[in-house]
Design a binder for this molecule. Structure first.
Ligand SMILES: NC(=O)c1ccc[n+]([C@@H]2O[C@H](COP(=O)([O-])OP(=O)(O)OC[C@H]3O[C@@H](n4cnc5c(N)ncnc54)[C@H](OP(=O)(O)O)[C@@H]3O)[C@@H](O)[C@H]2O)c1
Length: 722
């Protein structure tokens, strides 16, 4: 039987001895703690040299580049441990015939593997995460790998090692710091502050706590674990992901009590029992019968992945159930001057007579700012999403007045902000993707995946239309058959309009494509016929002649509230879905036709218990384009999803299905006067049937005997018919 002995400078209270099998070989594994007695450790090594196959050295510290200053508050216990033992270890090695290891090679490989395998298994896991390294130097390799996935890195080394109240924010600067050539002297605090030790110490504690609160992920060194975070509370650690090594049960219990969401233990589990990395590396050395420096990274990784328990980084969920959080950002903008009243900074000026136009112009130039955070979204799959609503200042009028570059510039600023905040994907709301090329340029230039949300907007619009049509019950729908009815799309050549046409062509027998440019309409018609040859398609520039025949109308123009459709011409009982923002149909127009159901596209009810500031919708309800961004985040689809004006209908179906998987529901359909109840819809239906009877149109319903109340309403309706 081979023997592996770990000599640790740590407490002898944690000593153990047990037998185990590794790579088919039997091992006796012992740990002997010397309670910080270095000479005793050396004596033990010499004494046990002849009977040991590999030594592990525990609680020793390998090269720390500087020992310049005092440590601060939370980490003050570290002072005694910050030393460079590498010289001594080298000397020791030359005196012993048995290989000696501190486990650092294994840690290096394990760290890289942990980060890369999680990033692969949970797509984009670390993308743009805000990661705080309490000691970058002790996790240099992990920091280097992490820097491939996120630029939001913070290293507390100067604060903790040197008592200098500044963090390092890039891996490049950390490398310079590690080599001792970083010019941190210019960061040394002013004489007044440094003379007074207590304020500086407190200030450093304060900034470390703040940095922890801002972080999504905190990397805690495995040495002196409690010295780094022993004083922390749920305020700093609640909801965080902690990356550490050798997460013993007591550490897990501690982190659980602080409300930590996830613990990523990068320690490979070569044995069922959690033992130090020095023991594990000694085990590998002894099993291979090689000297420590003869083992390559590949060998180490191969061995670990072949071990009985496999080398998967251990994910511990202290709360009991798996926790996965993703992050998104979504850009909004004021839809009208009215909405300035929602923003505190601008509100006072809006009430000054005559000032609102000037405010509208000035605000359009403002850099983006965070309007609201969104929390509490939880998919039935267990994944949670949180995000930020970032607003740019331009109203639709302002965006259309300026060149597209004006809006692109602000959207790219918003994308940079989103990335800094930690978002993994960003969506574009309302007019931010109407201007210019509908997100193409922004997606090309932004360092974060972009989606316009238009696939889900189209899906939501048709979902709502289908729901409304079903509830109105005026069109016969036979399973597996095309609907024997007519539908028209206004803004047919637009991003949302065109894909609505494609999908309606699959559902209806006749579709009218309505737009301003006949050439664009003809091209669209041709392309739809290639996909769906069995539909009757009409291209229309002057719609009035045809609107009286339509059963369903979708309006999706960017006409900014200009009159698009003469509602007085519409067939009684027609369902109109107004997707446009600002709406294509004014409340005054809608009021003219109580026998027509005008719904405001399909908003989406978010899963979980979402919390955000008012965006002009009922609680928990989001615009479909915002919902698309959320669905993609929940599904870890951190990719450019919908951009441009040529949306594939497959994407609309895909996002619809993805939305259902993540618990998205169609919000109650609403119109200019709020949510439609069943009674409201029955009322519209009655008025429609009555009006149709008057005009001599027959339908299945017309055959029914009309109840007196319907007759009365019909009379009222005909009284104010245009
Ligand atoms: N409800 C939601 O959740 C939601 C989500 C996203 C977008 N939206 C809104 O949906 C609308 C369409 O967005 P989109 O991204 O599809 O925009 P888009 O690609 O720019 O398409 C706009 C369409 O409107 C037409 N149009 C513009 N001005 C018009 C006018 N005065 N009269 C008639 N047609 C006009 C354009 O015709 P030409 O091709 O002839 O220029 C084009 O076909 C916008 O109002 C947007 O704010 C709503």
């Amino acid at each position: 039987m081979k023997q592996v002995i770990s000599i640790s400078l740590g407490s002898s209270a944690n000593n153990y001895e047990f037998q185990s099998t590794f790579l088919g070989q039997k091992f006796k594994i012992r740990r002997i703690g010397t309670n910080g007695d270095y000479d005793k450790a050396i004596d033990l090594l010499i004494q046990l040299d002849a009977e040991t196959d590999a030594f592990g050295l525990g609680s020793v510290k390998l090269p720390v580049p500087r020992k310049t200053g005092r440590l601060i508050g939370m980490a003050s216990n570290l002072l005694n441990q910050v030393r460079d033992d590498s010289g001594r270890i080298a000397k020791l090695r030359s005196r012993l015939k048995t290989p000696v290891t501190t486990g650092d090679h294994l840690i290096k490989v394990a760290h890289e593997w942990a980060i890369r395998s999680l990033q692969f298994e949970y797509t984009g896991y670390f993308n743009n995460s805000r990661v705080l390294f309490l000691s970058g130097i002790n996790n240099l390799h992990m920091a280097s790998v992490m820097s491939e996935f996120t630029e939001n890195l913070t290293f507390a080394d100067p604060v903790i090692d040197s008592g200098i109240s500044r963090f390092i924010h890039s891996f490049k600067d950390l490398e310079l710091y590690a080599k001792g050539i970083h010019d941190i002297l210019k960061w040394v605090p002013s004489k007044r502050l440094s003379d007074s030790a207590i304020p500086l110490k407190r200030w450093n504690q304060h900034i470390i706590r703040k940095a922890m609160q801002k972080a999504h992920i905190i990397v805690v060194p495995y040495h002196n674990f409690y010295s780094y975070i022993g004083d922390c509370t749920p305020e700093e650690l609640g909801g965080k992901t902690i990356i550490t090594t050798t997460a013993y049960d007591d550490r897990i219990e501690f982190l659980k009590n602080q409300g930590v969401d996830v613990i990523i233990d990068t320690t490979p589990k070569l044995l069922k029992r959690v033992v130090g990395v020095n023991v594990q590396e000694a085990l590998v050395i002894a099993a291979l019968g090689k000297k420590e420096h003869q083992i390559t990274d590949e060998e180490m990784l191969e061995l670990m992945t072949e071990s009985e328990t496999g080398l998967r980084p251990r994910l511990v969920y202290p709360g009991g159930e798996p926790k996965h959080k993703t992050r998104f950002a979504f850009v909004i903008h004021p839809l009208s001057q009215e909405q300035f009243k929602l923003e505190k900074a601008v509100k006072p000026f809006v009430n000054i007579p005559g000032a609102v136009d000037a405010v509208e112009k000035v605000v359009a130039y403002a850099p983006p700012w965070v309007y609201s955070t969104i929390t509490g979204i939880k998919s039935p799959t267990g994944v949670e999403a949180e995000g930020w609503l970032i607003t740019v200042g331009g109203t639709p009028k302002q965006m259309m007045t300026h060149s597209p570059e004006f809006t692109y510039k602000r959207l790219l600023m918003a994308a940079r902000m989103a990335k800094r905040l930690g978002a993994q994907i960003m969506g574009l709301g309302a007019f931010t993707k109407v201007v210019g090329d509908a997100g193409v340029t922004v997606a090309k230039k932004a360092a974060i995946p972009i989606t316009t949300g238009n696939s889900y907007s189209a899906s939501g619009a048709l979902w709502a239309a289908a729901d409304a049509v079903r509830r109105m019950g005026l069109i016969e729908i036979e399973e597996g058959k095309k609907i024997n009815g007519k539908t028209m799309v206004f803004g047919a050549t637009g991003a949302i309009g065109s894909v609505c046409c494609r999908l309606l062509a699959m559902a209806f027998e006749e579709v009218y494509l309505c737009g301003r440019n006949i050439v664009k309409l003809m091209a669209l018609k041709e392309s739809i016929l290639k996909e769906t040859p069995d539909v009757k398609l009409h291209t229309v520039v002057n719609p009035d002649k045809h609107t009286p025949e339509m059963d369903v109308i979708v309006t999706a123009t960017s006409g900014m509230g200009k009159k698009i459709l003469d509602i007085t011409k519409v067939k009684p009982g027609c369902v109109i879905t107004d997707v446009a923002r600002p709406l294509d149909l004014s409340p005054e127009d809608v009021a003219k036709r109580p026998d027509v159901l005008v719904i405001e596209s399909g908003e989406i009810l978010l899963p979980g218990d979402p919390k955000m500031k008012d965006i002009g919708l009922p609680p928990k309800v989001a615009y479909a384009c915002l919902a698309e961004t959320i669905v993609l985040a929940l599904d870890r689809r951190f990719e450019v999803f919908t951009i441009g004006r040529d949306i594939e209908w497959e994407k609309v179906k895909a996002i619809y299905k993805m939305g259902l998987k993540h618990g998205m529901r169609l919000a109650a359909i609403s119109g200019v006067n709020g949510v439609f109840t069943d009674a409201d819809i029955a009322k519209v239906r009655d008025l429609a049937l009555a009006a149709r009877k008057q005009t001599g149109e027959t339908s299945v319903e017309d055959q029914e005997e009309e109840p007196p109340v319907r007759k009365k309403r019909a009379a009222v309706r005909s009284g104010h018919k245009n």
